[in-house]
Design a protein around this ligand. Structure first.
Ligand code: TYD
Ligand code: MG
Length: 463
């Protein structure tokens, strides 16, 4: 039988019946690759070609009441920040993808998990297609991985790995990385779309049938030559992304898909001499080293998942003689920054049209929350007027196009975090003044000021 051929974008996984020079979904050129979908029974529709042979009970459905409910068993990773992101731990029999730039620390993180899980008396198998056993040993020594429950293999053939799994029967299986794995039934090169898909199907089957928690590393690639983890996102149960600047020490783990919990929590880690350690107080981390008396710096409180995080927004505004002034935003949405600068020009009368404006969220983290608007406004105006902001003031609130400051959620949490970190004043949307609860259980309560529009906000926050 002739196999059906499709073309798949290496970058975003878009499928097409015909080859296209440019991917219609992500817009990249030259990323479409030939792909033959698996028909060996691993594919979800495997077997449907011969319906007669299918067992009779497959043609039935069940009501929700009749499905017995057993909550899924989770393996804790021993890293509280990661457990949080995973809503409690790795679910047995699930397939999790950990994506991230090469060199960001994926192998380091997973080897540390191996130690923690191994010390809880679970069998762990770490399969590396990237490093030799000696290299792995060196890394393990550096990370103080000593558990006897961890077994390591340097192998890339999934069929061989299957045999090793059968012999060891691990609770947790780590595959480093999917781009190096091959399934001998698919005859394309390792790292191609077809190999990645075939290997993911096979790993999914291993996870489900043998009830093993499988963690797979996938490198995010810039070029289309090697397929990135996005082509397997839809197949796996959980997708985690490891982000951060390689030259900085902080790392953020985010869940972008989670079939066993929410996706709104992030985990913060710091890369050190001996691997990654969880950051317990993100606000302290984000604010360390901030200037207290220079113009162009404002503190805000963002909510990431269920946690409040204080962050510093910086703005540098300089006069330019070029006709089109430059705008740049780091760690913050560019279009939103440009919109807020326009609001400042229109409603606070700042002549920004001959200024280059650089907005930066210090600490290297990327946050997308409307409450940050207020701090961008304050930092930009402070930078423009060359007047410092009050270093003990936190400002948050969404800014509308009419220059109004709009209400945001979790006001009490944000105020409590500011109080905990020793701030003295909170400038909040005026609308929220009615709803805040004065719990009175803090020794140093903040002064709360309400701002209805950008002018009131600037008056309250800039010295
Ligand atoms: P690695 O886990 O190999 O990255 P990935 O698997 O995502 O490609 O991490 C590599 C970087 O981490 C490397 O540049 C060195 C650094 N590192 C530390 O800073 N401290 C450590 O303890 C370890 C093991 C690595
Ligand atoms: Mg690695």
């Amino acid at each position: 039988m002739l196999k059906k051929k499709v073309y798949v974008c290496c970058d975003c996984g878009q499928e097409s019946a015909a080859w296209l020079g440019r991917c219609p979904s992500c817009g990249k050129y030259g990323t479409m690759e030939e792909f033959y979908p698996a028909t060996n029974g691993i594919a979800p529709n495997g077997g449907l070609a011969t319906p007669i042979s299918v067992a009779a009970n497959r043609f039935s459905a069940s009501t929700l009441k009749n499905i017995s409910q057993t909550s899924e068993k989770r393996i804790t990773t021993g890293l509280s920040e990661l457990d949080n992101v995973l809503s409690g731990g790795i679910v047995e029999g699930s397939l999790t993808l950990l994506g991230g730039d090469p060199g960001i620390g994926k192998s380091t993180l997973l080897l540390q998990i191996c130690q923690n899980v191994g010390s809880l008396n679970h069998n762990v198998l770490y399969v590396s297609g990237e490093e030799s056993l000696r290299q792995l040993k060196l890394r393990a020594d550096r990370l103080n991985v000593t558990t006897d429950n961890l077994q390591i293999a340097a192998e890339t053939d999934l069929n061989v790995i299957y045999q090793i799994i059968a012999a060891i029967k691990p609770h947790l299986l780590i595959i480093d990385s999917i781009q190096t794995m091959t399934d001998s039934q698919s005859n394309s090169v390792a790292g191609s779309v077809s190999q990645i898909r075939a290997c993911t199907h096979m790993l999914m089957k291993i996870a489900k049938t043998q009830n093993i928690a499988v963690l797979v590393i996938g490198h995010v690639t810039k070029e289309g030559t090697i397929a990135g983890p996005r082509v397997m996102e839809h197949m796996v149960d959980t997708v985690l992304y490891f982000e951060g600047e390689r030259r900085e020490n902080y790392r953020v783990i985010r869940a972008v898909k989670n079939r066993f919990g929410g996706t709104n929590e992030i985990g913060l880690f710091e890369m050190g001499e001996r691997g990654l350690s969880p950051v317990d107080n993100p606000s302290l981390y984000m604010l360390s080293g901030r200037p207290t008396d220079t113009p162009g710096s404002a503190i805000t409180c963002a909510i990431e998942g269920s946690r409040p995080i204080l962050a510093e927004v910086q703005a540098l505004l300089i006069y330019t003689t070029f006709g089109t002034p430059r705008r740049s935003a780091t760690g913050f949405d560019y279009n939103r920054a440009v919109m807020l600068l326009a609001v400042l020009e229109k409603h606070a009368g700042l002549q920004l049209s001959n200024c280059d404006c650089y907005i930066n969220l210090a600490g290297g983290i990327r946050l997308a929350e409307p409450a940050l608007d207020a701090a961008v406004i304050v930092a930009a105006a402070s930078g423009f007027r060359n007047k410092p902001t009050d270093p003990f003031t936190v400002a948050f609130g969404e800014v509308g196009l009419a220059g109004e400051i709009r209400a945001v959620s979790n006001i009490d949490k944000r105020i409590a975090e500011a109080e905990k970190m020793g701030f003295k004043t909170c400038v909040i949307p005026k609308d929220c003044l009615r709803t805040i609860k004065k719990t009175g259980n803090t020794k140093n309560p903040c002064r709360i000021l309400g701002a209805a529009n950008v002018n009131e906000l600037l008056a309250a926050a800039i010295l």
